[in-house]
Design a binder for this molecule. Sequence first.
Ligand SMILES: [Zn+2]
Length: 277
Amino acid sequence: MDNALTIDVEDYYMVSSFADKISYDDWGSFESRVERNTQTILNLLDEYKVKATFFVLGWVCNKYPKLVKEIHQAGHEVASHGYSHRLIYNLTRNEFREDIRRAKESLEDTIGAEIYGFRAASYSIIRETLWALDILMEEGYIYDSSIFPVHHDRYGMPDSDRFPHTISRNGAKIQEFPLSTYRIFGLNIPVAGGGYMRLLPLYFMKKAINSINKAEKKPFILYLHPWEIDPNQPRIKGTWISNIRHYQNIKSAYPKLEALLKGYKFKPLAEFISDDI
Ligand SMILES: [Zn+2]
């Protein structure tokens, strides 16, 4: 069974957990570690001969075009993570359209190929922002991977379909790749990667992937950020919950990723797009 590996390419100071401490206008003043950390991931994937989807932030692409070219030239899929990492429910429809248009242009100019996959900052496509899917379709995207079928203070649509599906709205269609959950005791437990992967023991992650692959016969969709494999990143003082979300078990991410690469097959999301949309 093939699974999907997705990397959200952003730096440690751009995350939603610290957005109340660090403004977008100050991003340029931080020590950048995104190139080096993404390179480490590229090297690991090369070692295991795995191709992935890299959802790159437009801002990162503008500043480090060489990195994005390298991701593309290594045979990975480059997709969009928007331009400025703003949560969709804090944007107007026009602001969202401008943000994703700017990101798409920057990425396409850089790699010289079409971008058609999207992931929202912090999975911020929720029931109230489903209109974002209409704008994504209008702007030429054919798939989205922003819906997390869980309860969370910042995101989530617990009743949403847990597996890849096609969403039809106003006569148009878009493929959705929701982040993976493990259905247990009638609840959707988030197991898709990131902070959840750092928090959960490896055996539990494997149990969840095996259950999704073997019992439910569906692909597992894993995500990770380059800053998650960098225990030595400069520390930002946030609220206690932000600190837990960002730094919890940060040393475990790289070995866990490597263990999953050893045990399972992964490919980019683009290769899961069904022919019927
Ligand atoms: Zn992000």
